[in-house]
Every structure is written in C-alpha cells, then in structure tokens.
Design a protein around this ligand. Structure first.
Ligand SMILES: Cc1ncc(COP(=O)(O)O)c(C=O)c1O
Length: 420
C-alpha cells in the first residue's frame, strides 16, 4: 500500500485528517531557516504554539492578582491540577479519579513503590524488563536496599533469549513459575525506551496478580504514544512523564495512575503531604491526615502552575485531535517509515523494534552494523534530529501530531545517502 516516492508522501500528507496539526507546533529550523526533520519526540516533544499564551495568562494573573490568583485567576491555582485530569485520563485510558498530574516520573515511581512495594522476608523480589531505563533500575535497586535486600538477589531481570533482542512473554511466565512466591512487584516499562517494544499490559498484570504480586508500569514512552488502557489492564499503578509525546516542555511534570481498587484502601502505606489531604479541611492546618480518595491522595505539594499551564496547552491539542485519530495516524506513519527502511535493502541495517504495530508505538530503533556516533552526527548535519543509543542504534520516532509523511521520506533519503 505504500510507495517509495516523495509524491506518495505528499499525497498522504494531503489526505491526512491531522495534517493541519503540524502548524500548531513550532518546528525547529536550521541556520538557513529550513525546517529540520525532527524525529525526536521520544526524547523531547515539540512546543505547541499555544503554550506561550497559556503560560503568559498565568504570569499575567500572578502579576495582577498576587496571592488572590489561587482563587481568582481565570483558572484558579488551587484546583489547577484538576483542569488536566480528565484529558490526561483519556489519553492513558483511565478513570479521572485514577489519574493525577504531579511531581516528575522518578519521584512518582518512588511514591508508588512506597505504597505498592511492601516486601516480606519471603516475598521481596522485583522484576524489571532487561534494559529498563537506568533511572527506573536505580529507583528499584534503592527501594530494595531501603528495605534491607541486596539488589543482586532481589532484582530479577526479564531478559531476551541469547542472540535475541526483544523480551518474550513466555519467559516472564517462566520467571513467575519459578520465583513467583518470592516476587512482590513487577515493574515494567510499558514501551521499552531502547527497543521500542510495547508489552501487553493486561496480560502482564494478570500474570502478576495470579502470583499475588503488585504490578506497575512506566509509561514514559507509552503516554501519548500507545493506547495503554490502564484501567482495563488492571495494573495497580503507573507513572509517566509529559515532556516526550505529551509535548509539555523540558522537565515538565509527570502523571500517576492508581487503580480505583486502591482508591480508599486505608491499609496502604504512603508518603504524604498537604496536597493529598481532604480539600475541605486542607487549610484548617490542624487535622490529622485525611487522604483524598483516588490518585489525588498521593499528592505532596502545591504544584507549579507554569508547568501545568504548558501541560494544559498540550492536552487541549490532544483533545482537539482525538487520541484515537492520533494513534491511527501513528500506525500508518511508522508503517511508512518501516517500509522505506526496508526499501533501502541494506543488510547493515536491522529494525530491532517489533514488526507488529500492536507491539510498538511510533518509535523504530534501527541497528546499524559497525556504526558509531558519527553516523548520528552526519544525520544531524543533514538536518535530521534523531537520537543515538550506544553501541549502534538510531532511534527515530515520527510523532503523528506534528510529523509528516514527507519528514519520514526525507529521513530515509538522507540515511540512504549517508550510508552510501
Ligand atoms: C523510561 C524512562 N523512565 C524514566 C525516565 C526518567 O524520567 P524523569 O527524569 O522525569 O524522572 C525517563 C526519562 O527519559 C524514561 O525515558
């Protein structure tokens, strides 16, 4: 169905129902003012043109109102995080009460493990996928140590088989069959940052629950990219960031999901702060901690409104486009990228991301035999912003909201030229 030509790419762009959304973003340019081929939304998403206005509004309200802005701003700051909840929940397939935007990803991961990693002398191990993102691994290892366990024993890695690069579900089943009695938590990246492999969240959750384990996911590479259907998956918790596919700015706040079955569980331990306290009595400042039901009850502090304004701007773009439409385009756009890479017929190149669109988001990880970082630098010189992972992988992620079929075509052409 695809064709290897610029005309075909342009025709796809013309017929793309989301084509005008590219104009809603600032596309970085080279020194001569030409738009770069930006395929790095898996690292930092681009800025919606409306973001500055959303932030400006809050700055203006702050200038005009000072502290009164907490209640009198156009979007009052006291309940500001609530303006984000419904749209964020739609993107990750959760109920609004299950989602809150707060902190950053690794902080949220720790907060979730405080509640959902309650090891005993017998049941204490944590499973992560091999080549989990380093921050996740550090966080998990430190939780093990915090509870007095040695990560060498307590950290179980779900690894690909010898000579393979992707993880097989069967092997996770095997781990659970052999060590399930000792495993307390499965903490898996929903979409692996390196290979781009997306895991079956519901199947993993059912497997974990069968062995009485808690199950959590890191959706850093999933949120705004795949459709994780978090509520339906049954996962106990999930965490994600908003600066990648959710286009909310460098270091912006993260999201957190707590399944509704835990919404009012008084036995769950947690680290607490005043923003997780009952809204009616929060400012009485005297009461014993009375947690809000649902994910909001895990909030610690009053949140940074300027970052939240950027998230609100981005979520409004998502809502306008409709997440289903975004995902539909993503499958087609990444399929086009895959087709063009295959068309290079170069045996030095291997796509290590799964071929099945159900098992990946928009990112393709391309392994290039005997390549080094120079290849990535030459791509950059040719106007392509991609991302290099040692030892030999280029990661490219056409983001359906702002990348075009023409972007993808130019990438493949430039890669071909450089390889030749
Ligand atoms: C998969 C994954 N987990 C965790 C992190 C760390 O996120 P943060 O710095 O927001 O804590 C990242 C950052 O890129 C990531 O990609």
């Amino acid at each position: 169905m695809y064709q290897n030509s610029l005309e075909f790419a342009r025709r796809c762009d013309t017929n793309d129902p989301l084509t005008e959304f590219r104009n809603k973003f600032h596309i970085p340019k080279d020194a001569n003012g030409n738009e770069l081929v930006y395929l790095c939304g898996n690292s930092l998403g681009l800025q919606p043109k409306t973001t500055a206005k959303y932030i400006r509004n809050e700055l203006d309200d702050w200038a005009k109102l000072g502290v009164e802005g907490h209640t009198e701003a156009e979007h009052p700051w006291l309940p500001y995080h609530e303006f984000l909840t419904k749209k964020m929940a739609e993107i990750v397939g959760a109920k609004p009460s299950e989602v809150v935007v707060m902190n950053t990803l690794t902080t949220n991961l720790h907060l979730m493990m405080v509640s959902f990693y309650q090891p005993t002398a017998k049941k204490y191990k944590i499973v992560v996928e091999s080549d989990a993102f380093p921050s996740d691994k550090y966080a998990v290892e430190s939780q093990l140590r915090f509870h007095g366990f040695d990560p060498k024993d307590g950290l179980v890695q779900w690894k690909p088989r010898e000579g393979e690069i992707l993880c097989r579900f069967d092997d996770l089943e095997q781990i659970m069959t052999e060590q399930g009695e000792e495993i307390a938590l499965l903490m898996i990246g929903s979409t692996n940052y390196y290979t781009g492999q997306s895991f079956p969240l519901k199947k993993i959750t059912e497997l974990g629950h069968k062995f009485d384990c808690m199950v959590g996911f890191d959706l850093a590479h999933g949120a705004g990219n795949i459709d994780p259907e978090l509520h339906e998956s049954g996962a106990d918790f999930a965490v994600w960031c908003s600066y990648k596919y959710l286009n909310s700015g460098p270091g912006s706040l993260g999201g957190c999901f707590v399944h509704e079955r835990h919404a009012r569980n008084p036995n769950l331990k947690r680290f607490t702060g005043w923003w997780g306290h009952n809204k009616q009595t929060r400012f009485n400042m005297r009461h014993e901690f009375d947690p809000l039901p649902g994910a909001e009850g895990w909030q610690l502090s009053n949140p940074p409104i300027l970052s939240m304004a950027a998230i609100r701007a981005s979520l409004d773009v998502f809502a306008e486009a409709g997440f289903n439409n975004i995902r539909k385009k993503s499958v087609k756009l990444t399929g086009f990228l895959e087709f063009l890479i295959d068309e290079l017929h170069d045996d030095r190149i291997r796509i290590i991301t799964p071929r099945n669109p159900e098992e990946r988001g928009c990112q393709l990880s391309i392994q290039v035999k005997n390549a080094n970082k120079k290849l990535h630098e030459r791509l950059t010189d040719a106007g392509v912003i991609s991302d290099w992972r040692e030892p030999d992988v280029i990661r490219v992620a056409p983001a359906p909201l702002y990348n075009s079929y023409e972007d993808v075509f130019h990438f493949a052409e430039r890669l071909k030229k450089i390889l030749n």
